[in-house]
Design a protein around this ligand. Structure first.
Ligand code: NAD
Ligand code: UDP
Length: 313
C-alpha cells in the first residue's frame, strides 16, 4: 500500500483522482484549502479508513511521510484564477516549492499538474511538448500561465539539482462531473445554460477551437505517468486531440439536452487562445495511452451530473 498526497484533492480533477487511488487500495491524504474545491466532492470517500481530508494551503509548508505526491492545488478556471492573481502565482510557485521540498525530504515521487496554458496563444498547431509557447507575461492570464511555467522550471531544477523524481503532465481542457458550476468554463457554462433554457453565451465568433478530454481519460494518464521510469520526467501532453470550435460545442450541447436555448455572441476575453489541440504522440509512446471517451459520450455523463445537481437530486 502506498501513501499518496493529492494537493487540490477536493477540486474537480483531484476528487476523481482521489477516488481512483483509494479504489486501487492506496492510503490517500487529500489536501485542500477549499478555494474552488468542496468537501462534498469527496464526501463519498470520507467513510474509508484509507482516505484523509486535510484543510491546508500549499503556500505554507506541509509535513507528512508519503511515497507519492500529485500536485494539483491551483484554481484552474479564468474567473477563479483571475479573482486574486497574486494568490494564484503564490499557489503555483510557493506551492511547487513546498511540495518539491517535501518530496525531496521524504524521497517521494511527485507529479505536477501543468497545463496547455504554458503554450499560451500558440503559433504551432497542434502543440508538441518541445514548443516553448507564446504567452503574454503581463496579460490577464499571466498569473496562471506564468505561474505554471515557473512551477515546471522548479520541477526540472529539483530533478537536475537534487535528483527528486519528478513527472510533469500538461493537461488540455478537461471536463466531467464535479466541475464547479460557477467557474465559467465553457463546458459547464453551456450545459447549465442549456438545461435552464437560457441563452448560450459564445464569446467572440465561436470559431476558436478547443480539444476536450473527459476526466476519466486524464486520471488514467496521470496514474500511468506516475509509473514511468525515474529518468522520464516529461513534460507530457494529456488531452483529447479531437478538436471542436466553441460554436460546434454549443450546438452539440443544445442537441444533447433538447434545449430551447439560443446562441448569443459576447466579446472575446483578452488573450483568449484561438486554437488548442494536443499532439499526444509522446503520451502514446511513453504511457501507452490515448483518450477513449468521445465528446458526445462524455457530454452525456456530464449533462446527467448537472441535471441532477440543478434538480437537487
Ligand atoms: P479546481 O479548481 O476544481 O481544483 C483546484 C483545487 O485546488 C481546488 O480544490 C482548490 O480549492 C484547491 N486549491 C486552490 N488553491 C489552493 C491552495 N493555495 N492550497 C490548497 N489548495 C488549493 O480545478 P481542476 O480543474 O480540478 O484543476 C486541478 C489542477 O489541474 C490545477 O492545478 C489546474 O491548473 C490543472 N489543470 C486543469 C485543467 C482542466 O481543464 N480542468 C487543465 C489544465 C490544468
Ligand atoms: N467560452 C465561451 N463561452 C463561455 C465560456 C467560455 O465562448 O460561456 C469560450 C472561451 O472564450 C474560450 C473557450 O470557450 O475560447 C474555452 O474557455 P474555458 O474558460 O473553458 O477554457 P480556456 O480558455 O482556459 O481554454
Amino acid at each position: 500500500m502506498k501513501r499518496i498526497l493529492v494537493t487540490g484533492g477536493a477540486g474537480f480533477l483531484g476528487s476523481h483522482l482521489c477516488e481512483r487511488l483509494v479504489n486501487e487500495g492506496n492510503d490517500v491524504i487529500c489536501l485542500d484549502n477549499y478555494f474552488t474545491g468542496t468537501k462534498q466532492n469527496v464526501e463519498h470517500l470520507l467513510d474509508n479508513h484509507y482516505f484523509e481530508l486535510v484543510r491546508h494551503d500549499v503556500t505554507m509548508p506541509f509535513f507528512a511521510e508519503v511515497d507519492e505526491i500529485y500536485n494539483l492545488a491551483c484554481p484552474a478556471s479564468p474567473i477563479h484564477y483571475q479573482y486574486n492573481a497574486i494568490k494564484t502565482v503564490k499557489t503555483s510557485v510557493m506551492g511547487a516549492i513546498n511540495m518539491l521540498g517535501l518530496a525531496k525530504r521524504v524521497k517521494a515521487k511527485i507529479l505536477q499538474a501543468s497545463t496547455s496554458e504554458v503554450y499560451g496563444d500558440p503559433e504551432i498547431h497542434p502543440q508538441p511538448e518541445n514548443y516553448w509557447g507564446h504567452v503574454n507575461p503581463i496579460g490577464i492570464r499571466a498569473c496562471y500561465d506564468e505561474g505554471k511555467r515557473c512551477a515546471e522550471t522548479l520541477f526540472m531544477n529539483y530533478f537536475q539539482q537534487n535528483g527528486v523524481r519528478i513527472k510533469i503532465i500538461r493537461i488540455f481542457n478537461t471536463y466531467g462531473p464535479r466541475m464547479h458550476p460557477n467557474d465559467g468554463r465553457v463546458v459547464s457554462n453551456f450545459i447549465i445554460q442549456a438545461l435552464k433554457n437560457q441563452d448560450i453565451t459564445v464569446f467572440g465568433d465561436g470559431m476558436q477551437t478547443r480539444s476536450f478530454q473527459y476526466v476519466d481519460d486524464l486520471v488514467e494518464a496521470m496514474l500511468r505517468m506516475m509509473k514511468t521510469p525515474d529518468d522520464f520526467t516529461g513534460p507530457v501532453n494529456t488531452g483529447n486531440p479531437d478538436e471542436f470550435t466553441i460554436l460546434e460545442l454549443a450546438n452539440k450541447v443544445i442537441e444533447l439536452t433538447n434545449s430551447k436555448s439560443k446562441i448569443i455572441y459576447l466579446p472575446l476575453p483578452q488573450d483568449d487562445p484561438m486554437q488548442r489541440k494536443p499532439n499526444i504522440e509522446l503520451a502514446k509512446k511513453m504511457l501507452a495511452w490515448e483518450p477513449k471517451i468521445k465528446l458526445n459520450q462524455g457530454l452525456v455523463k456530464t449533462i446527467d451530473y448537472f441535471d441532477k445537481l440543478l434538480k437537487n437530486i
